[in-house]
Design a protein around this ligand. Structure first.
Ligand SMILES: Cc1cc2nc3c(=O)[nH]c(=O)nc-3n(C[C@H](O)[C@H](O)[C@H](O)COP(=O)(O)OP(=O)(O)OC[C@H]3O[C@@H](n4cnc5c(N)ncnc54)[C@H](O)[C@@H]3O)c2cc1C
Length: 481
């Protein structure tokens, strides 16, 4: 276990957990000489999650939406960026413990801002994740890209061999969850199959692909209100998406999924590619914070904080963003950004002896979702926009919030390729993108632990089929973990 280089005794140490919207904007707001900030995050990049679906469908490259945090914060001298998976927070000792490729480091703090976000939730059916991956990380988006383009490739091969049942299954794409992410994903799949790929295959008609968007609720984009929900459903259907509401997924496997239909019967949909865009669960770090502070957790594991975002009994600890349960604050980027800034402001006020404890107030800048080229919906207060005006507003807002001039220019060029033209610049897929997550899961914790200790790989053998529970066994004489 190591401790980081100490900062001068007079400097107030702030540890920020997470480099997402909450963590990054808190850190930027702490650009003051009297604080020394250590940002600890499990990825070395800041991820612009709203455009993940464009990475998954080949419009943007991962680098554009995930610039290196170190680069973003390079000019902020009072910040050190540390790669690390936070495994422990000790509110009494005021320390954060993080692991980085087998090395554990303890970071002491005077103030702490935790912005660790949320993970995908399969509503207690974690086994669905194997066949219906979620979309929360760059790994997820690249895996989905591999699965989506791979399905078209496999369909071409199957069609050439006359295996028509397989073609139908391979050309059926099911998106579960009709919130903004599901709507955007389904719209892009329709556009990809009906606009981008139309002339490239010899044995299949990509445009005949079936794109199904399903949800247990009775509306798409239900948080946008009935008018925009109805309009979105109509627009989706116009671009070729089959929208199935009041339909609940009850099982998922490699070849398809079973759903409970509105009349209560069960139906099987044969579909190779499934995308899970429903449900989130707060980061598990909320549990350790709740246990030590007595704060409550809601059903999604989000932590209840004081109105000023501090934890009960800990005015030096703030939780912000998607991991927090606050009435009237949605789990969106603006919520995390504004909370991060508020927490930073409170830290500085306390340090300067100014009054603190001001409640966090969320300023709703509105919601938007794009459906396809030239079609989007937007709601801000009582103002509702649809069609081309909403789509242009969507482009402008997203371009504005993408971090860094380089990324903004590249995004604009890639959008021109896809929206003015028909092409997509990022269609490269590899087998590893599709297999890596599952391979790691099959190989299990033991494999990771022994690998991190640099045990020679040749001494281990894969002795079982990947679908077995335990897959890595030690050879006789090998060191067990
Ligand atoms: C596909 C998708 C589309 C979205 N679209 C929109 C949209 O259009 N508009 C909108 O406003 N919002 C959208 N959102 C929601 C928005 O992205 C989130 O509300 C926002 O990212 C929350 O910010 P955060 O800082 O709380 O969490 P995140 O941005 O998720 O950041 C969490 C950070 O914590 C780090 N972390 C997690 N656990 C640990 C650990 N144990 N140790 C160290 N670091 C850790 C992560 O690596 C990450 O850096 C979308 C989300 C998704 C997934």
């Amino acid at each position: 276990m190591t401790a980081p280089t100490p900062t001068p005794a007079s400097t107030h140490r702030v540890v920020v957990v997470g480099s997402g919207f909450g963590g990054l904007f808190a850190t930027k707001a702490l650009d003051e000489p009297e604080v020394a900030v250590t940002m600890v995050a499990r990825t070395s990049h800041h991820l612009f999650q709203p455009l993940l679906y464009q990475v998954a469908t080949g419009i943007l490259s991962e680098g554009v939406i995930a610039p290196t945090t170190r680069d973003v914060l390079a000019s902020q001298d009072n910040v050190q960026v540390m790669l690390g998976d936070v495994t422990g927070i000790d509110l009494e000792a005021r320390t954060v413990t993080a692991g980085t490729v087998g090395q554990e480091t303890v970071y002491p703090y005077d103030s702490l801002i935790v912005a660790a976000g949320a993970n995908q939730s399969w509503f207690g059916n974690d086994s669905f994740a194997e066949f219906a991956p979620g979309m929360k990380t760059i790994d997820d988006a690249l895996e989905l890209r591999g699965r989506i383009y791979g399905a078209f490739e496999m369909a071409e091969v199957a069609a050439a061999a006359g295996r028509h049942d397989a073609v139908r299954r391979l050309l059926t794409f099911v998106v579960v969850g009709a919130g903004p992410t599901g709507v955007e994903m389904a719209g892009q799949l329709a556009e990809l199959s009906r606009r981008t790929l139309t002339k490239e295959f010899r044995h299949i008609e990509p445009g005949s692909a079936r794109i199904i968007l399903l949800d247990a609720a009775d509306a798409v984009l239900s948080s946008f209100g009935p008018g925009l929900a109805t309009r979105t459903k109509r627009d989706l259907e116009k671009v070729g998406v089959e929208v199935r509401l009041n339909t609940m997924v009850v099982d998922v496997d490699a070849g398809g999924l079973e759903v409970r239909t509105p009349d209560g019967s069960t139906e099987r949909i044969e579909a190779t590619t499934k995308v899970w865009a429903a449900g989130v669960q707060a980061n598990p770090l909320t549990r350790t914070l709740a246990e030590q502070s007595g704060a409550e957790l809601d059903r999604a594991g989000r932590i209840a904080v004081n109105p000023d975002l501090t934890l009960p009994g800990h005015p030096e600890v703030y939780a912000v963003g998607d991991m927090v349960a606050l009435e009237d604050v949605p789990g969106v980027a603006q919520g995390a950004i504004q909370m991060g800034r508020h927490a930073a402001d409170q830290v500085l006020r306390r340090l300067r002896g100014e009054e603190t404890g001001q409640p966090f107030e969320y300023f709703d800048k509105g919601s938007m979702a794009t459906i396809s080229r030239f079609r989007a919906v937007m709601k801000r207060g009582r103002i509702e926009l649809t069609g081309v005006p909403a789509w242009v507003a969507w482009l402008a807002v997203h371009l504005f919030y993408i971090i860094g001039f380089k990324s903004q220019v590249t995004t604009l060029m890639h959008w021109a390729v896809s929206f003015v033209g028909r092409d997509r610049s990022e269609r490269t897929v590899t087998e590893q993108q599709v297999l890596a997550r599952l391979a790691m899961e099959y190989l299990g914790e033991d494999f990771l632990r022994t690998s991190l200790r640099k045990e020679p790989v040749e001494r281990r053998t894969l002795t079982r089929h990947p679908s077995d529970e335990t897959s890595v066994d030690e050879e006789p004489g090998g060191q067990s973990s």
